[in-house]
Design a protein around this ligand. Structure first.
Ligand code: SF4
Length: 143
């Protein structure tokens, strides 16, 4: 069975910044076709649950409290890349709009709910290493 990395919050893990999840009902169909390797780069990078929301800004990741959390995001991204390679995944399904996992859109760094085109830190690193990344809106392409 081919393997996919997947954002753990899409599978129902309560690992979001607010301690909630973003369960996607299409996950059951993905499970029938792929072995899913769960990742939460922010938690893997050492951030707690719950935690202050963060956004990418000027080459950094900054929390809503003004704390530079770039290092935690980079560690999480590198661990995700390690797991992708170890498991020889065919791709990664990642939560759109997240500063870690966003594949097409992220918030603009002003904490005012403005979306811009861009990728989260983990999605970007995986993409740079030629691992296909998909948002939850693209799951049907994989079925
Ligand atoms: S870092 Fe990714 S997997 Fe973790 S809660 Fe945020 S979007 Fe979900």
């Amino acid at each position: 069975m081919e393997k996919l990395l997947i954002s753990a919050c899409l599978v129902g893990e309560n690992c979001r910044y607010d301690g909630k999840n973003c369960f996607s009902p299409l996950i059951e169909k993905l499970k029938a076709k792929y072995e899913l390797i769960l990742i939460c780069p922010e938690y893997m990078g050492g951030l707690p649950i719950p935690r202050a929301p963060s956004e990418r800004r000027e080459g950094m990741v900054v929390s809503s409290k003004g704390v530079d959390v770039s290092v935690e995001y980079e560690i999480g991204a590198k661990l995700a890349l390690f797991l992708a390679r170890e498991n020889n995944v065919v791709g990664a399904v990642l939560k759109e709009k997240s500063p870690s996992c966003g594949t097409h859109y992220i918030y603009d760094g002003t904490f005012s709910h403005v979306l811009i085109e861009g990728m989260g830190v983990t999605a970007e690193l995986l993409h740079q290493h030629h691992i296909p990344v998909y948002s939850e809106d693209q799951i049907e392409e994989l079925l």
